[in-house]
Write a protein that binds this ligand. Sequence first.
Ligand code: ATP
Ligand code: MG
Length: 476
Amino acid sequence: QNQRIRTQVSDQIVNDDGFVLEDVPHLTNFLPDLPSYPNPLQKSQAYAIVKKTFVSSEDAVAQNIVVQKDTPRGVHFRRAGPREKVYFKSDEVRACIVTCGGLCPGINTVIREIVCGLNYMYGVDNILGIEGGYKGFYSRNTTTLTPKVVNDIHKRGGTFLCTSRGGHDTNKIVDNIQDRGINQVYIIGGDGTQRGAALIYKEVEKRGLPIAVAGIPKTIDNDIAVIDKSFGFDTAVEEAQRAINAAHVEAESVENGVGIVKLMGRYSGFIAMFATLASRDVDCCLIPESPFYLEGRGGLFDFIEQRLKENGHMIIVVAEGAGQEYVAQNMPGVDEKDASGNRLLHDIGLWLTQKIKDHFSKVRKMTINMKYIDPTYMIRAIPSNASDNIYCTLLAQSAVHGAMAGYTGFTVGPVNSRHAYIPIARVTEATNTVKLTDRMWARLLASTNQPSFLNCSDVSQKDNTGAINSMNTNSI
Ligand code: ATP
Ligand code: MG
């Protein structure tokens, strides 16, 4: 007979042999008291014909979709969706929304859908916009958000509420939340923002306040752990095609044209990998997870020369975080950080462009035509595409259902294509990176037919946790 055991972090279902069948993180931290009000959606026309309107709080989404024989079924999360009982009375809700960190297509759609979701589904009309990121809580006035105010914002890029880095002062923020009588906090942002959200949640809990804290993960790089994909990623991959096309047209139109396109991806190369797989015009894709080298047999210079001979032109896509070790060698002592404490990256695109130019003019005595394109800000600033818009709507509505039901300290996102409530700590404890040992990278290598750069004895593979490896860069 299976037993349910409550551990510090999760509820575990254990069988007779002590074998953990399921591991469900604690009810994404319920607010004090149980939800007791009937969900207003019971009367909603929109939900009247839905077969199963409400999601049971016992419904779970499995993190590992494939479970092998004699292995635990692993971590499960609460399934997202409206609950039969809600914690807050609609007219007592005072919600706020804040956006932090860098831009990403889709932020405005999420803001819009939180506002519309709260208003249309739950009859909430007291929603505040916190302007300019975390520091806006204590340094700026709030704006009032209504469906009318946010009606068109999804058609614009950027964030309607503005954003910032740095300035996270947990006590000041929670004081402010308390002073303003806010009881639902929606926080849209990347890894740093979610860490900040976890601190706000902890402080709220410490003070015993009935305030729901919900995070909506934002990262264009798709590097957030646990969830299938982050919003804005699809749009970024699509928009990157325009830059790759431009580089291709330029390179193809001249003799020995080499086009380099730098794409986003500080620690993970998903955008570069997917943009390359989508394009067919890319000859070589360089990502942070896969070390590469320039000189010697099987190196990048050799490969460029080979492709120029075969095709007359060559396109390289490089993720911004690729090859940072090499660039750093040329700039010792340069180690700057942004206001949030993130290390500023060296410009691999410019560095690579110069290295290739130097090699072909000085060593190979060959004339090449180099075109370098960095579309980063153009990509980040566009509105989200159709599929991201739909995705943002789901994220926002899930967050609203969760907060209304009294869950707190959670982020929302799809796990194996089912939306779930995930304790914030689970998404901040690791970073999602391209696994070189998975099939997708192999598919890319097969598609571009580029060198894997693994046949150099000097190179030891990066360990995929984002840690810089012990690479011998003498061959550079
Ligand atoms: P992205 O990296 O995608 O642009 P991000 O959310 O990681 O998004 P950051 O600039 O790192 O962007 O952080 C955004 C906000 O979160 C900032 O206001 C910063 O002060 C705060 N923050 C970052 N890291 C932490 C942390 N460890 N604890 C508390 N607050 C943090
Ligand atoms: Mg970040």
